[in-house]
Write a protein that binds this ligand. Structure first.
Ligand SMILES: [Zn+2]
Length: 546
């Protein structure tokens, strides 16, 4: 699955049609359904109902017959969605990957016609690793063609500048996932542009001809309007290589000015940043008591010891970012669990860590810390293939977060975790626990690394057990209380769209729980809603001397 992204009217439709002419790619629909689907996911609570309605909306949509419906019937759509975690990106990938398989092409995608809509982010569009083809077109041509909207050229230019630059800043650093295409470059060289985009999306052969609609002659802007638009969109016009033109002396002057400007801003930031970075040298290890003045703040980070009014983002395991160290709520819960481990030594291995930099430096101060870098291969261990190079009984703690659902054989990974852990050592395992019972997700062999292959339930603790661990499940006190409460009240428990709350709570009733955070601690650390904070602990038996 891939997305052609462009703020209308960027020409993303023309790029989509051009990509569709690639023999190994398919682009379906104009993406008009993405926003309604996101709102649907946000409003519907029961995961089975959400999947069913999601499928129904796809099938009932106006664009179905001419798009997805050419390759999948209604039953095929619902089959593709069965058991898939209720997050927008994963659900879309399931449908479009099934379309690609049915059509016998390498990948299928659609258009994302609007950037920066919060509901798309909240419902998980960006979590599934979907690659983006970001289409930009010179705003001065857009305005000259009368496509800038009713609010006048200045506002159109400012909006163009902000939306495009923000999207590129957010995703542009990931070359494997993000590519910019200028509309003008496609028109100048359709075959070369489509072939290059095809290679980016992993398709081998390219088309020999690419049909492009005839370009209407556009009356150039008058000088005054052009000056306004150019000034309002100056940063974006520079970033996307429109103005000043590449190689021109004007561009060189501009580049120098930008560097000088950045230098001034940088020196202003240095003081604040140095103060912020000092946490790495100063913060006590997770699990040590906090300072008394921190105790009064409504929000508090157990990693960098920042204290303040509130975390950024939304209350969710994948959000509630710490403004100082950048950790998300789930990571703080993981480290909280690690901080409570007193048995064994200090050798900690973290798999595929999401944070590097300051976080890694602090971990190196607190622990004998090493990381397992993800490897993009497809064996039974998936991206954790490098585990097999680690010596037996070489660490005392393993932190694994959101690895297992993406590997073909989780039991093989758990066996490797057991092998590398020393006697008495602990595995602290986080996966999205979405219900009581685990289901496998049908995934094409060609799926991108990181694609979810498993939708885990609480029963994952049995797999951990079978791999040679004594297990219990770490939760917050509020979640433990919910589990202990009358099941009749579960329907009213605070939930999160992707979780089947009642099935999860019933499953947790059958396992040993350790409530590791009281209500106040959980609220201050951002561990809400409680159903999203579940960490499985597996302890290796101590060596027995005969
Ligand atoms: Zn922090």
């Amino acid at each position: 699955m891939f997305l052609v992204v462009g703020q209308r009217p960027s020409g993303s439709g023309v790029v989509a049609d051009a990509l569709d002419s690639h023999p190994d790619l398919l682009v379906l629909g104009a993406g008009d359904l993405l926003v309604p689907l996101a709102f649907l996911l946000e409003r519907v609570r029961d995961p089975d109902a959400a999947r069913r309605l999601f499928g129904d909306l796809v099938v009932a949509s106006r664009e179905f017959d001419d798009g997805i419906g050419r390759h999948l019937d209604a039953e095929g759509v619902h089959r593709a969605l069965a058991g898939v975690p209720v997050r927008l990106g994963v659900l879309l990938s399931a449908v479009y990957d099934a379309v690609a398989t049915a059509a016998g092409v390498h990948a299928a995608g659609t258009v994302l016609p609007r950037m920066g809509m919060a509901v798309l982010t909240r419902t998980g569009l960006h979590e599934a690793g979907i690659p983006y083809v970001h289409v930009v077109r010179d705003i001065r041509t857009i305005v000259a063609a009368g496509l800038g909207g009713d609010e006048g050229p200045a506002i159109a230019a400012r909006r163009w500048d902000t939306q495009n630059r923000m999207f590129r800043q957010r995703w542009g650093t990931d070359a494997g996932r993000y590519r910019t295409v200028r509309y003008e470059d496609l028109v100048a060289d359709p075959v070369g542009t489509v072939r290059a985009l095809g290679r980016f999306l992993g398709a081998e052969v390219g088309p020999d001809t690419v049909p492009i609609p005839d370009q209407d002659a556009i009356e150039p802007l008058d000088a005054a309007t052009r000056a306004i638009v150019t000034a309002e969109a100056a940063e974006g016009l520079y970033d996307f290589g429109y103005d000043p033109p590449p190689g021109s002396p004007r561009r060189l002057v501009r580049a120098m000015a930008r560097r000088a400007d950045a230098g001034i801003q940088r020196s202003r930031r240095v003081v604040a940043a140095a103060r912020d970075r000092a946490w790495v040298l100063r913060a006590p290890a997770p699990g040590r008591p906090s300072r008394r003045d921190d105790d009064l703040a409504p929000a508090w980070c157990n990693i960098c010891r920042w204290a303040g009014e509130a975390f950024s983002g939304v209350p969710h395991a994948e959000s509630a970012d710490c403004p100082r160290c950048g950790t998300i709520a789930r990571q703080r819960f993981h480290l909280h669990a690690l901080g409570r481990e007193t048995a064994g030594g200090r050798r900690v291995l973290e798999t595929a860590p999401r944070s590097a930099g300051q976080y890694a430096r602090a971990m190196g101060r607190w622990y004998d810390y090493s990381v397992l870098d993800p490897t993009p291969v497809s064996g039974p261990l998936g991206h954790l293939a490098a585990l097999s190079d680690r010596p037996t009984a070489s660490v005392d703690g393993v932190l694994s977060a959101h690895d297992l659902q993406a590997v073909p054989e989780p039991d093989a990974v758990l066996a490797e975790f057991a092998r590398v852990l020393a006697p008495g050592g602990a595995l602290l395992l986080q996966v999205p626990v979405l219900s009581g019972a685990t289901t496998a997700i049908e995934v094409a062999d060609t799926a991108a690394p990181g694609t979810a292959r498993w939708s885990f339930g609480v029963d994952i603790h049995e797999r951990v057990n079978a791999a040679g661990f004594t297990t219990d499940v770490l939760v917050t006190e509020e979640l433990a209380d919910l589990v202990a409460a009358d099941p009749a009240t579960w329907a009213k428990a605070p939930g999160s769209g992707e979780v089947d709350v009642e099935s999860l709570l019933a499953g947790l009733g059958d396992v040993t729980l350790d409530a590791v955070a009281d209500r106040r601690t959980a609220r201050r650390a951002g561990w809400l809603p409680p159903v999203l904070f579940v960490t499985i602990r597996g302890r290796r038996p101590l060596a027995v001397t005969p």
